[in-house]
Design a protein around this ligand. Structure first.
Ligand code: GUN
Ligand code: FE
Length: 432
């Protein structure tokens, strides 16, 4: 009787989860017990202490952790699959900057941003770190929509006060005061948090960056930005910041790296000093395979960063990347690592288990105990199904790999956020 009163659910069937880089745990016929939205335990036999609690049978479904997308531009949602034959700088100038200017209009943001959240939930992403634009009101709206959705998120107001078109460039002092207001007004929430978001070094003056670092220290707020994304970007940054030795040196010297999570997108051309800085401060690097292919930035040296013991996760980088499915980025990360190994025989390709860890648990670390199916972790999870061919018999690990390569949102048959089953369409309607 006691068990009926508790908020307990039990799921029986197969599961797959990755506890560490390169490790994949697959179990069949297990009972996953969820209590108050948190995994109470995973059992080989039905745990008698929960007698009376109904069991949900997963059948041919596989329970997996929800995905984490640690680098996505909510403001570039409508750019998915457009301008994909450009390189970074012409893509920014011809597509991205004019498109982002639209977020000066709040009614426009009210139309676009709920769709971003729906699309992510549809693809099983429940943890994400978002860029928006420079516009305060649209950023504030997006923050409130994320809170309402229940997603785990970081988001920040983008800063850019130089080397940007007239219609996006900010006055340095306004950029700082609006960022401080954003951080002050949005601190303290448990599942959505503000993060400093200077676009990248070439669009930020030293004065702006110094002021942002100061806000970071005073409010204990972390940082997200693009770091050594392309050769051209690295060279330009050095030219603009001659007093600093590398891109990473700027953020370390200014004091950005010890105030909260630090999330660096791309990290394709890190120098020794950058690697040393990332290591000393435990910064997260985010690999965005589709984006770095589309804008031909290069290929992140994942296994080199891995050898240094650096945390690495995955990002869709919409709209440099063309789709929201982080599971697809796991497959693409393996593919790109093989291309890198092909052209650079000293390089070592990664395994699927590395990529699945990067898509789930690695990104989950910045949100607390989530991203794994493990006792004490939040039950932010998915059931995937329909991946077997008639007459064939694949292992759980093979079906998971297959999902990341050829599955889509139709193969995600259940989504749980904090233990509750959610429907992305219903969440979307609630945001309008
Ligand atoms: N560098 C500066 N801005 C951007 C952006 O919006 N996307 C990507 N991929 N790189 C950038
Ligand atoms: Fe980006």
């Amino acid at each position: 009787m006691e068990n009926r009163k508790m908020d307990v659910q039990i799921y029986h069937g197969s599961m797959a989860t990755s506890p560490a880089m390169g490790e994949l745990i697959c179990r069949e016929n297990v009972f996953t017990v969820v209590k108050d939205g948190v995994i109470e335990g995973i059992y080989e036999d039905f745990p008698q202490k929960f007698s009376g609690v109904p069991v949900t049978e997963l059948g041919s479904g596989i329970l997996i952790p929800a995905f984490s997308d640690l680098h996505i531009h909510a403001s570039q949602f409508t750019e998915r699959g457009v301008g994909m034959d450009c390189l970074l700088f012409d893509w920014l100038s011809n597509y991205t900057f004019p498109q982002e200017a639209g977020f000066a209009s709040l009614p426009y943001a009210e139309k676009i941003y709920p769709q971003v959240i729906r699309e992510l939930l549809r693809h099983g992403t429940m943890h994400a770190s978002f860029f928006t634009t420079v516009h305060y009101d649209a950023c504030d709206l997006f923050f409130r929509l994320l809170q309402k959705s229940g997603m785990y998120a970081f988001t920040g107001k983008v800063n850019m006060d130089m080397n940007s078109p007239e219609f996006l460039i900010e006055d340095t002092e306004d950029s700082l005061s609006e960022t401080e207001r954003f951080v002050a007004e949005h601190s303290g929430d448990s599942h959505v948090k503000p993060i400093l978001t200077p676009r990248f070094a070439p669009t930020c003056s030293e004065r702006l960056l110094k002021g942002l670092a100061d806000i970071g220290k005073r409010y204990h707020v972390g940082l997200q930005t693009h770091l050594v994304e392309s050769r051209a970007e690295s060279a330009w940054t050095k030219e603009l910041f001659p007093e600093y030795r590398t891109d990473g040196d700027i953020y370390e010297k200014l004091g950005f790296l010890d105030n909260g999570p630090v999330i660096f997108a791309h990290v394709i051309f890190p120098e020794e000093l950058d690697l040393d800085i990332l290591k000393r401060h435990g910064c997260m690097s985010v690999h965005c395979p589709d984006a770095t292919t589309n804008i031909t930035a290069g290929i992140m040296p994942v296994s080199d960063l891995q050898a240094e013991g650096l945390p690495i996760s995955l990002g869709s980088d919409i709209g440099g990347g063309h789709g929201a499915a982080v599971y697809r980025q796991a497959g693409r990360a393996v593919q790109l690592s093989k291309m890198k190994e092909f052209y650079e025989p000293d390089y070592r390709r990664i395994k699927f288990a590395d990529a699945f860890y990067m898509a789930t648990a690695a990104g989950g670390t910045v949100f607390g105990k989530t991203g794994q199916l493990k006792e004490g972790y939040k039950f932010n999870a998915l059931v995937i199904d329909g991946l077997e061919d008639v007459g064939a018999r694949h292992s759980t690990a093979e079906l998971l790999e297959r999902f990341c390569y050829i599955g889509d949102d139709r193969n995600i048959v259940k989504r749980f956020l904090d233990g509750r089953e959610i429907d992305p369409e219903e969440v979307y309607r609630g945001l309008l």
